[in-house]
Design a binder for this molecule. Structure first.
Ligand code: DPX
Length: 561
């Protein structure tokens, strides 16, 4: 920009553009209005509005999945504290969201004044303290002179650690004069890897692989931070071994690759992946999270003594750990030097399960719905799967190369998917965006569909109307699992309000669903919500089996002292 006066807000705005953002998400409030003006004025990124701060956070979280990073701006306390759930998600799922909040005027800080939008005390540091638990860096801008260093520190740390970072800008500093930013390279450069440690890790990994007969790669969800699947494909081809992915890492290895051998998720694994992983004597685990859900209630995980664990910033192999480099550097180096094996993948690739079509006029089933959604997913599709049976429906799908699945299995907050799918669509408008979401989850963040109408974003939403929290019903049933029914498809007219292109459709059988999908494909100027009416007890077999084990783990009695 060419204006004479350059401000703190302009500095932030320029940096957001420099790190590769095209947009920032915002909800206005009087502590951030001047900051929002500065961002508009500097103009490096488009300003997009959300219905509320929770949705804003999830939209940013989804944007970061597709773009590598995201930024959001909210107001003090009433806005920021609503967003903390979504920032927890970004932390858990390793996504660098730059979380920016307006803050009190510097003259009110330390003055004994009581401000609106606060808890009525005179110390305004508590928001930063709360947020510091779910961010990797938290900066309250102290002065216009310090602003560049503080802003840069937060952004650089977020990008390096792949975690959210917090920046609070007092409302009277947003337009204060500030120096201009230099080149962005200082923010984008990876920390230089510790060569000695990296070489030692690669050597130890090579020895581990040479000493093992049956080697398998298991891909975890945090490999998303690599930004590309190429190093993993190169490693697999070099080692010539079978590749399985965890449920949370669905699509993080091309399923049409000859070495792909399914999803490893204990007893609900696909394509024989359980036998392959649990009988292997060498499992290369890439950035996995073995939580209670992923281990099917602590039942299944690769044997630690047969595991080479490559985490984001540390490799553990044969009882020794190596740090000082990022996973990407390790995978690439190992792909160049690992002992080669013939590309057998150890076994013939089993054919994936295929769901048979049901009669077009038969009542719609979960299987038929999943079958038709799977057929819609092409190599240019991002499929977002909400917590609930949508996880299992996504996991059992057969994906063409290039298809992406996004889920939030570590944080698992229902309502995440509607704004997250929108964020992914803002960041990658050239892809097709498909969302599977249960009725219970949808009720948390439904209003964000209005922004899809406003910004003409053609997300195809499969709203699973099974009248309840079915995953919870399978884990532990009670009256609290049954929800008020809505006319979900009917909401779209309300959101259009006579001026939008959203489409709301009902599907009671396979023929109606097929017709609705054709209409959705043709509707390129807004969302299409297809309300899929299925029976309450109609869910995947995977959910039932998994739910029993998770319920058993949840109900273990306290250990005796
Ligand atoms: C809850 C969950 O309808 O999907 O497929 O019918 O289960 P299914 P729905 O969207 O229901 C979701 C529901 C209530 N989890 O079964 S997974 C507890 C929960 C959570 N996140 C938040 N609150 C409660 N995961 C924010």
């Amino acid at each position: 920009m060419t204006t004479e006066k350059f401000t703190v807000g302009h500095y932030l705005s320029a940096r957001l553009g420099q790190i590769g953002l095209k947009d920032h998400l915002a909800v206005a409030g009087d502590f951030n209005l001047v900051l929002l003006d500065q961002l508009l004025e500097e103009g490096s990124t488009r300003q997009i509005y959300s219905c509320n701060e929770l949705n804003c956070g999830y939209t940013a979280e989804g944007y970061a999945r597709a773009n590598g990073a995201a930024a959001m701006i909210v107001t003090f306390n009433v806005g920021a504290l609503s967003a903390v759930n979504a920032i927890g998600s970004a932390y858990a799922e390793s996504l660098p969201v730059i979380f920016i909040s307006g803050g009190p005027n510097t003259n009110d800080q330390g003055s004994g004044h009581i401000l609106h939008h606060t808890i009525g005390t005179t110390n305004y540091g508590y928001q930063m303290e709360m947020v510091s638990h779910v961010t990797c860096a938290a900066e309250v801008i102290q002065s216009a002179e310090n602003a560049p260093a503080q802003i840069d520190h937060a952004i650089r740390t977020a990008l390096r650690l792949r975690k959210p970072a917090y920046i609070e800008i007092p409302c009277n500093l947003a337009s204060a004069p500030c120096m201009r930013p230099g080149p962005v390279s200082s923010l984008l450069a990876e920390a230089t890897p510790d060569r000695v440690s990296l070489d030692a890790a690669v050597k130890a990994a090579g020895e581990f692989l040479s000493a093992r007969e049956k080697v398998v790669i298991l891909v975890g969800s945090r490999v998303r931070t690599l930004g590309s699947l190429e190093p993993i494909v190169a490693l697999a081809e070099r080692v010539g071994c079978a590749v399985t992915v965890m449920g949370a890492a669905k699509s993080f290895f091309p399923e049409d690759h000859p070495l792909f051998r399914g999803v490893y998720w204990g007893e609900i694994s696909t394509m024989g992946a359980q036998e392959l992983v649990e009988s292997a004597d060498g499992v290369i685990c890439l950035a996995p999270i073995f939580n209670d859900y992923a281990t099917v209630g602590w039942q299944s995980r690769p044997k630690p003594e047969d595991t080479l664990l490559a985490d984001l910033n540390e490799v553990t192999v044969d009882g020794r750990s190596y740090a000082g480099f990022h996973l990407g550097a390790f995978v690439s180096a190992l792909a160049e030097s690992a002992p080669r094996r013939p590309a057998t993948g150890q076994t013939a690739k089993p054919a994936p399960d295929v769901i048979p079509a049901s009669k077009p006029d038969a009542a719609l089933t979960n299987d038929e719905m999943a079958r038709q959604i799977n057929a819609l997913v092409d190599g240019n599709t991002t499929l977002t799967a909400e917590t609930g049976d949508s996880w299992f429906n996504a996991v059992r799908m057969n994906l063409p190369g290039g298809a992406k699945v996004e889920s939030e299995m570590q944080w698992g907050s229902i309502g995440w998917s509607v704004p997250a799918a929108l964020g992914g669509a803002y960041a990658a408008p050239d892809r097709r965006h498909v969302l599977m979401v249960g009725d219970g989850s949808f009720q948390l963040t439904a209003q964000e569909v209005a922004q899809m109408v406003r910004y003409e974003v053609p997300v195809i939403i499969f709203l699973v109307n099974n009248r309840g929290y079915v995953i919870e019903i399978k884990i532990h049933d009670g009256p609290y699992n049954y929800i008020k029914n809505w006319d979900y498809a009917g909401l779209i007219d309300a959101f259009n309000a006579g001026e939008g292109h959203g489409l709301g459709l009902h599907a009671h059988n396979g023929a109606e669903l097929a017709e609705a999908i054709e209409k959705a494909k043709a509707n390129t100027r807004g969302p299409t919500l297809i309300e899929c009416h299925i029976g309450q007890t109609d869910c995947t077999d995977m959910l039932v089996r998994w739910g029993k084990k998770v319920a058993a783990a949840n109900s273990r009695p306290p250990a005796k002292a």
